[in-house]
Design a protein around this ligand. Structure first.
Ligand code: NAP
Length: 416
């Protein structure tokens, strides 16, 4: 890892709309904080023109995830310099020629990660329509400003964007892991519970208070699974029950394995929502017996990131601990979720906002991170992750200091 990771501030030169110069953004600059790894820096990128069914989004909010830390501190699966982030919540400012679902002015939220132009930590994110949902479909009234101050309407939407941006990456991760790795059929629309023959299976969600864990529990409850248990710290036991766990075990209890085996007996399916060598794989490998299936969120963390400590990862959970013969161990890779055609067409644009609108899936709690600049907020959020300062919540922060209006968007909605 030679060059530092970067946060991109897209350049405005090729933006279709004229706009006033944004002086504090036009010069790339570096912030020097004390950190063992290299500090984040900003850079200017060319504003992409949306092609085909792509849309250009003025990204207002993001939620930092452990993957950002794995990449910034551990260089996981990236070549630096790299734009970070994969959660967007903002406003469409331009659409490609074949985009049909979205129009200029729509507020959207989504999980976008595949290329640099899709990455979230930049003013303008360019992604295809199928990677984002409309906030109105999640039950958020955008309002037309009539009868209310425009500022109030904007404030209301901003609050909702902060909540919604916690959903996409880990809702998709949880869904994908349940379907692809644990073999749970999640058809759409949700079938009647009594049609679901599997709903009495015993499922253990290890790490139920994490972001992935909360969404996995809420999805399983929506599909009628009755015997879903979780691990969490004592302080989050109630949160995890509210998400749908029938019982909660404190993972810091030195006798947690014995307590789980005593109460549950045979466990059919385990979702390891954390993926930690000593913290999760070691205990789960003592619980899972022949016939069980275990899905593990990659990477397996062998050594945690910390101030002055480079993290270490493993990518094969089946070989890093000893499993009983007959246990099937799967490694979860959400980045392949688009290989399922139904997921590609439906998961983010339709299913995700509908479940939020119906209150079936509630966003994670938010810890809003303030800071003078984009890079300061991003660094603070990484610091919270590095210091394990988040519990049952997501670090959410304002990305763009530049609003669509300042980019030249004049407020007229493209009526197609
Ligand atoms: N491969 C993939 O496709 C994929 C997709 C998504 C995420 N991931 C990975 O999955 C991991 C979790 O992501 P996330 O966003 O859900 O994390 P997160 O929300 O930041 O996780 C924080 C939570 O983890 C819990 N926790 C920590 N150690 C634990 C342990 N030993 N046992 C049980 N719970 C523990 C803590 O619970 P308490 O506060 O209750 O103590 C804390 O609330 C990350 O490494 C991420 O990169 C992988």
């Amino acid at each position: 890892m030679n060059a530092p990771p970067i946060i991109a501030l897209t350049s405005f030169a090729s933006n279709p709309h004229p706009h006033p110069p944004i002086t504090h953004n036009v010069h790339p600059h570096r912030h020097h904080y004390y950190r063992p790894r290299r500090p984040l820096t900003t850079t200017l990128l060319q504003t992409p023109t949306p092609l085909d069914n792509e849309v250009l989004i003025n990204n207002l909010y993001t939620a930092s995830t452990p993957l950002d830390l794995h990449q910034a501190d551990g260089g996981l699966l990236v070549t630096h310099p790299q734009v970070l982030g994969d959660g967007v919540a903002g406003r469409v400012v331009a659409v490609g020629p074949t985009a049909t679902r979205l129009k200029v002015g729509d507020y959207v939220f989504g999980f976008t990660w595949r290329t640099q132009k899709e990455k979230a930590f930049q003013d303008l994110v360019c992604a295809p329509e199928f990677l984002v949902a409309r906030v109105v479909d999640a039950g958020v009234e955008e309002g037309n400003g009539e009868g209310q101050g425009k500022g109030e309407v904007q404030e209301g939407i901003n609050e909702r964007l902060k909540a919604l941006v916690t959903v996409p990456n880990n809702f998709v991760s949880a869904w994908h892991a349940l379907v692809t790795d644990l073999g749970i059929a999640l058809s759409w629309p949700i079938p009647k519970f009594d049609e679901n023959e599997d709903r009495t299976k015993t499922i253990l969600v290890w790490g139920g208070s994490g972001s992935v864990g909360q969404y996995a529990l809420q999805i399983l409850r929506a599909y009628g699974y009755q015997n879903v248990y979780a691990t969490a710290s004592k302080r989050n036991a109630e949160l995890v029950r509210e998400c749908g766990a029938k019982g909660v075990f404190d993972y810091s209890d030195p006798h947690v394995v014995e307590a789980i085996v005593k109460e549950l007996g045979t466990v059919d399916l385990v979702l390891d929502c954390i993926g930690h060598l000593s913290g999760t794989l070691a205990p789960i490998s003592r619980i899972a017996k022949a016939g069980a299936r275990v899905a593990v969120m990659l990477p397996v963390i062998v050594r945690d990131a910390a101030e002055g400590v480079k993290p270490e990862f493993a990518m094969d959970p089946s070989s890093v601990v000893r499993w009983e013969e007959g246990v099937e161990v799967r490694d979860v890779r959400t980045h392949f979720y688009l290989e399922n055609a139904m997921h590609r067409e439906m998961l983010q644009p339709v299913i995700m906002p509908e479940l939020v609108r119906r209150g079936i899936v509630k966003p994670n709690r938010q810890r809003v991170v303030e800071g003078r600049t984009m890079v300061e907020r991003a660094e603070k959020a990484l610091g919270l992750l590095r210091g394990k300062g988040l519990s049952g919540e997501r670090a959410v922060w304002k990305v763009s200091d530049v609003e669509a209006r300042d980019l030249g968007w004049d407020g007229e909605v493209d009526e197609r």
